[in-house]
Design a protein around this ligand. Structure first.
Ligand SMILES: *Cc1c(COP(=O)(O)O)cnc(C)c1O
Length: 387
């Protein structure tokens, strides 16, 4: 949750630094006015270094990050992109915006892509896979990477929830060809609105950098208004104030993730022996960001009762069950491209995902947690499940 819990003096100091150096709010140019202050550029460098990515491009949102990734790969009409049925609508929106066909695959008990179902949905038109690390737990990246390699597909990681996490010591977002991040206000680190795209390959990074900025190549030999271009593009740029906040938040990221993991474990330890509760599966070697604690209970009614009892105890759930419709593809009949890709009817498209999601309860985890919370969660869940 959490970056926003810690927004404070450090972010303010970075913003003041922008104004102390001339107040240039645009990421490019105005060199004579800005006295060497380039916050977005510095943020990109620091972020890439922090997660071990060779190239990083800041953008204006996590949704834009996905759109830019697809553009840089040249993915468009006629291509299919597979993602998972349980994600935020933005993942599928970005595929639709690119002109490609969105295909969703089932999740398994990790609540992320089921590799077996992913493989079943690959066709000769499939170009890319977008694996999502929903609610902070890594997807099964070794299996998914291997499938992508075997079928010649590009792997994009939607790391909106995985920022600061790793699997087997390798940062989330750096397993795939491209990783995308969101810094919206609810994410692990925040710039209010914002995002990042990280790349293994320099040529793809350069395409993305141009495309997110109307095709500008930022040719150092000419002023910006005479800049060279090889493609059209769009405007998905990040501005300097966001870059400034990002620099301060990035320094807090390791501490945020560590605190969330500790708090998640305190709640989990308080409830794990309650009959009828099974925690979500976490892949081996995962350092998850613990943005939420996801538990499976025995049925839909039990999940709804857990929510009732948690609310009655002054607590809350996060996304499951209450925000199901923003995060489960079965309910997205407002997206005709998705509906037709799944035979004209989403209602029966993801039975395995439905069976898991409707009996899931997700608890929010933050940096600051009152000592009474684990005990109160235990009481609420015991009441809900004893009925
Ligand atoms: C938050 C989120 C996004 C979009 O990020 P914004 O910065 O809000 O545009 C994309 N994918 C997932 C899985 C998300 O949770």
């Amino acid at each position: 949750m959490p970056g926003y819990e810690l927004v404070g003096q450090e972010e303010l100091a970075e913003i003041q630094d922008v104004f102390a150096h001339g107040g240039v709010l645009f990421r490019h140019g105005f060199d004579a006015l800005r006295n060497g202050c380039y916050k977005v550029r510095d943020f990109e460098q620091a972020f890439g270094q922090a997660i071990g990515a060779p190239h990083a491009l800041a953008v204006c949102s996590g949704t834009a990050a996905l759109r830019v990734a697809l553009a840089a790969l040249g993915i468009g009409p006629g291509d299919e992109v597979i993602t998972q049925s349980f994600t935020f609508v933005a993942t599928v929106e970005a595929i639709i915006e690119s002109g490609a066909t969105p295909v969703c695959a089932e999740i398994d008990t990790t609540f992320n892509l089921d590799p077996a179902d992913l493989e079943r949905r690959i066709t000769p038109r499939t170009r890319a896979v977008i694996a999502v690390h929903m609610l902070g737990t890594p997807a099964r990246l070794p299996e998914i990477s291997e499938l992508c390699r075997k079928h010649g597909l590009v792997l994009i990681e939607d790391t909106a929830w995985g920022c600061g996490g790793n699997l087997q010591g390798k940062s989330l977002g750096t397993w795939g060809d491209i990783g995308t991040f969101s810094f919206d206000f609810a994410k692990t680190m925040t710039t209010g609105e914002g995002g990042m795209v990280v790349f293994k390959d320099r040529a793809t990074y350069e395409k993305a950098a141009a495309w997110h900025d109307h095709g500008h190549e930022n040719n150092p030999k000419v002023p910006r208004w005479e800049d060279t271009r090889a493609s059209s593009g769009f405007n998905f740029r990040m501005m300097e104030l966001q870059g400034a906040v990002g620099l301060a938040q990035l320094k807090k990221l390791p501490g945020v993730v560590a605190a969330q993991r500790t708090n998640r474990d305190r709640v989990l330890d308080a409830v794990r022996d309650i009959p009828g509760i099974t925690p979500r599966t976490v892949p081996d070697g995962a350092y998850d960001t613990a943005d939420a604690l996801v538990l499976l209970v025995s049925g839909k009614q039990h999940a709804l009762r857990c929510r009732e009892q948690l609310l009655a105890g002054g607590l809350a759930t996060k996304i499951l069950p209450e925000a199901y419709t923003w995060h489960f593809a079965e309910t997205w009949s407002h997206m005709p491209e998705l509906v037709s890709a799944h035979g004209g009817d989403l209602a029966k498209a993801f039975p395995a995902s439905r069976a898991l999601l409707e009996r899931a309860v997700s608890l929010p985890v933050g940096v600051r947690m009152d000592d009474s919370v684990p005990g109160r969660v235990r009481t609420a869940l015991q009441k809900a499940l004893a009925l």
